[in-house]
Design a binder for this molecule. Structure first.
Ligand code: DGL
Length: 291
């Protein structure tokens, strides 16, 4: 039985999951261990097998901290890996797709919903499946957006390039008369003002972060494992460059993260040549970004 004051693990390919982390921090008083698998970013153009394998490594890493639950703050992993790992896991693993669908169902009036997501999420059919199960009358129009995550992770949240990409992806949805657009990638709230500008005031935009946090809170309460702490601790692990992640997080959250550590995944280091010779999967370099 998980201890109620055990931490919660949360992961994404990069900084996008901070949108969910931020909602969790507002809704819960729980210790959160965030993992950004930036060494493999972006997930959205990787194969199903790669996404499952990356998610497996991250989930196993988080489990070493005796977390009481894990949140895949990543639609791509929620679509492809969570359905595989959730049924066999000893602790709950939450994804972000059900909460996104739940919000869209409650908002759409004309039953025409647009989805912006990575190619891997769109091609997985995960959203189609859940909408078909929960609201068969809703017609879903899906749009893969391969340009967005690289732009966002490069720190571009507005400007001509972002605007052109958002137009390319949002205009086809508007042509299909959608009244609701689901941000089916946790990175997209970073560019919400641009999406709103292009979509116009009549279209509702769904960011699943808030609903995810509320659902997690309810589930933990139902399981009797909500923490009774009055203070929460936050730590961060990154498989790529911790400094780059800190900069991105600062830009988005408006605050500095002071507990960002590098997790050396030997396979990434072998690819980049940065840490040649480090073979073990889990040696952890803990320290501040400027150490
Ligand atoms: N933020 C992730 C998602 O929600 C992953 C994006 C990516 O790495 O391509 O899908």
């Amino acid at each position: 039985m998980a201890k109620s004051n055990a931490p919660i693990g949360i992961y994404d390919s990069g900084a996008g999951g901070l949108t969910v982390w931020q909602a969790l921090r507002k809704v819960l008083k729980e210790d959160l261990i965030y993992y950004a698998d930036t060494g493999h970013l972006p997930y959205g153009d990787k194969s199903r097998q790669q996404i499952i394998s990356y998610s497996d490594t991250v989930i196993n890493f988080l489990k070493k901290f005796k977390v009481k639950a894990i949140i895949a703050a990543c639609n791509t992993s929620s679509a492809l890996a969570v359905p595989i790992f959730q049924p066999q896991s000893s602790i709950p693993i939450f994804g972000v797709i059900e909460p996104a669908v739940q919000s869209a169902i409650s908002i759409s009036k004309n039953n025409r919903v647009g989805l912006l997501a990575t190619n891997a999420t769109v091609n997985s059919g995960a959203y189609d499946k859940i909408f078909a199960q929960q609201a068969p009358l809703i017609k879903l129009f899906s749009q893969g957006c391969p340009k967005l995550v690289p732009l966002i992770e490069a720190g571009q949240y507005d400007g001509p390039e972002v605007e052109a990409a958002v137009k390319e992806y949002v205009l086809p949805l508007l042509k299909n008369d959608v009244d609701t657009i689901v941000l089916g990638c946790t990175h997209y709230p970073f560019i919400l003002p641009v999406i709103r500008r292009i979509a116009g005031g009549d279209v509702a935009i769904v960011d699943p972060a808030w609903q995810t946090a509320l659902n997690v809170k309810k589930s933990l309460a139902d399981m009797g494992i909500l923490s009774n702490q009055t203070q929460a601790n936050y730590s961060f692990y990154v498989s790529g460059d911790p400094w780059e992640f800190s900069v991105r997080a600062h830009q988005f959250l408006g605050e500095k993260l002071d507990n960002v550590s590098k997790h050396i995944q030997s396979e990434i280091e072998a690819e980049t040549g940065a840490e040649a010779g480090l073979k073990s999967l889990i040696p952890i370099w803990r320290g501040k970004k400027d150490e």
